[in-house]
Design a protein around this ligand. Structure first.
Ligand code: G
Ligand code: G
Ligand code: MN
Ligand code: NA
Length: 254
């Protein structure tokens, strides 16, 4: 209850902010996308990861206005980068179950895109595997609407939920993100190696791109490259950075 109260206060006081982590195209070794990651800039405690408050925010429904703010910041920021002359990139935003189930989600997103001038083509939305599989018919209907607008859809944390492959095949999606749990030991654990190989093949056979998360070593990167993984994200390249840091990085890179 105390946390709920301070989340509410944080929202009123605009304490929620976004950090950004680059996504790298393996063959070209270039930044092609950026994931927006929510952070709480707490006046006493400093930067707090959503790991500590996302479940309460979800339970109380506060994730809806907080998530909307993330979407608005990310779109506005991406538009600003474009206007500053950087090559256009996709920005990826995580959607929580509560947000995804909102009746007016498509309208909310449409409004934010219009308000910020960000082209839908440069927006990617991430939903988790478990959420996607929860009510498949609803998921398909909503994703179809979003994709018709030109938005890219990624399935996050793939491999940790339970997927029916016959449903996966029906989902109108573009990208699978391999959960970092499998990447951590990919070069040491034959079981994880088998899973990662299978996910990459599955994605490619379904004409999807695949992103490996949590890449921390050169060994992991080389492994993923040898298996034709498309994109990678992780501390080996960059940690999530605050706006000033990521902007400088982009300006120095391009
Ligand atoms: O960035 P970090 O590893 O601290 O994130 C912890 C968790 O919070 C991850 O599972 C991530 O997907 C989730 N997360 C980060 N940003 C957002 C957001 O804007 N909305 C939602 N719903 N989840 C987020
Ligand atoms: O659930 P989701 O994939 O959205 O979570 C992304 C989170 O993973 C981010 O909050 C980020 O802080 C974290 N993350 C990104 N790269 C790495 C990495 O290389 N190692 C670890 N341990 N965490 C990472
Ligand atoms: Mn994510
Ligand atoms: Na993930």
């Amino acid at each position: 209850l105390e946390l709920e109260h301070s989340l509410r206060r944080g929202l009123e006081k605009n304490e929620f902010t976004v950090h950004y982590q680059p996504q790298i195209d393996i063959p070209n070794n270039s930044i092609v996308g950026i994931e927006a990651l929510l952070r709480w800039d707490h006046p006493q405690k400093g930067i707090i990861s959503p790991a500590y408050f996302i479940s309460i925010a979800e339970e109380t429904g506060l994730i809806v206005p907080i998530g909307e703010q993330v979407l608005r910041y990310a779109c506005l920021q991406n538009k600003e980068w474009q206007l500053s002359g950087l090559p256009p990139m996709r920005v990826a935003v995580n959607l929580s179950p509560r947000q995804f189930q909102q009746q007016n989600l498509v309208q909310v997103i449409t409004d934010i895109l219009q308000e910020t001038g960000m082209e839908p083509h440069y927006l990617e939305l991430e939903i988790t595997e478990s959420l996607a599989m929860h009510d498949v018919e609803f998921t398909i209907k909503t994703l179809n609407e979003l994709r018709k607008m030109g938005i890219t859809i990624a399935i996050d944390d793939f491999g940790t939920g339970y997927s029916s492959l016959s449903y996966l095949k029906r989902l109108p999606i573009d990208i699978l993100k391999i959960d970092r749990y499998f990447i951590r030991d990919v070069t040491k654990d034959p079981g994880n190696e088998a899973i990662v190989d299978a996910i990459i093949l599955l994605a490619h056979n379904l004409k999807l791109q695949v992103i490996a998360e949590g890449v921390e070593t050169e060994e992991q990167l080389n492994y993923l490259r040898s298996k034709n993984c498309d994109l990678v994200q992780g501390y080996y390249f960059y940690k999530p950075l605050p706006v000033v840091g990521i902007t400088n990085l982009l300006l120095n890179t391009f």
